[in-house]
Unconditional design. Structure first.
Length: 259
């Protein structure tokens, strides 16, 4: 996908005004290159959610500059007219819960976004099936969400986040409800998808077991970000490697038992 990936410069967000004003973001600077997965950590109330909402064009920043892909989307004001189209086409979201639509099968849960963007139904479903196969849930393409395991649901949610081929994915606590094995599988999938599709990915997390897998981490505290090089963990590296099969297939239920 190329482009800048994610670049944030001097981003500020103030809630309220006067004596009751609260500065949630006080000049955030970040850069995530295409093909890179970066962690974002910080205590509750530090500004993580506000930053994600600004990046996702859910709320208006107060000042600063944001670039997604090759497009400046905010420069002391929005530079795009249609924020709904921006969210739909340029930003992929992966949440803590999969939020799959219960009355659509797996394929249509993934294909719905490109359909809404005007992609012909057959092409949208082809895209969905390709991603589902890459994530090793292709055999569940006709299943209903209620028939999937938790790990399978999360992989379908990742496919949905990628299906419009966005330059950016924002993942908010994607491993929180998962055990260690499934969490490492999700981290491997995000890294593999970032490399394959040149997507810039930010993972907001409190999950201590996956933090050592990031090569770069931004810590946010009191509305300010600080970049740090992650301390590599041999244990995490081995665990992550166990979810990178030599045949190139992404991790899943190839052994017979769904994750």
């Amino acid at each position: 996908m190329g482009g800048t990936g994610i670049r944030i410069e001097g981003l500020r967000k103030r809630y309220g005004s006067g004596d009751t004003a609260v500065d949630a973001l006080k000049g955030v600077d970040m850069h995530v290159a295409p093909g890179e997965v970066v962690g974002l950590i910080g205590p509750s109330g530090s500004g993580k959610s506000t930053l994600l909402k600004c990046l996702g064009a859910v709320i208006d920043p107060t000042a600063g500059r944001m670039t997604l892909g090759d497009e400046v989307i905010y420069d002391d004001g929005w530079r795009v007219r249609d924020l709904r189209a921006l969210r739909r086409d340029k930003i992929g979201f992966v949440f803590q819960a999969p939020y799959l639509i219960p009355f659509l099968d797996v394929t249509d849960n993934v294909a719905l976004l490109p359909m809404l963007a005007g992609v012909p139904n057959a092409e949208a479903r082809d895209r969905a099936r390709e991603l589902l196969a890459a994530l090793d849930v292709g055999h569940r393409a006709r299943a209903q969400p209620s028939q999937l395991s938790g790990g399978e649901q999360q992989r379908v949610a990742i496919a949905r986040g990628l299906v419009n081929r966005p330059p950016v994915i924002l993942a908010d606590e994607p491993t929180a409800p998962l055990d260690s094995e499934r969490a490492m599988a999700v981290v491997h999938i995000l890294n593999e998808m970032a490399r394959r599709y040149e997507t810039a990915i930010i993972v907001v997390t409190h999950d201590e077991k996956i933090i050592p897998t990031f090569k770069r981490i931004y810590q946010i505290r009191d509305g300010v970000t600080h970049e740090q090089v992650a301390k590599s963990s041999p244990v995490a590296a081995v665990a992550l490697a166990q979810h990178a099969p030599s045949n190139g297939v992404l991790p899943g239920s190839v052994s017979g038992s769904p994750r």
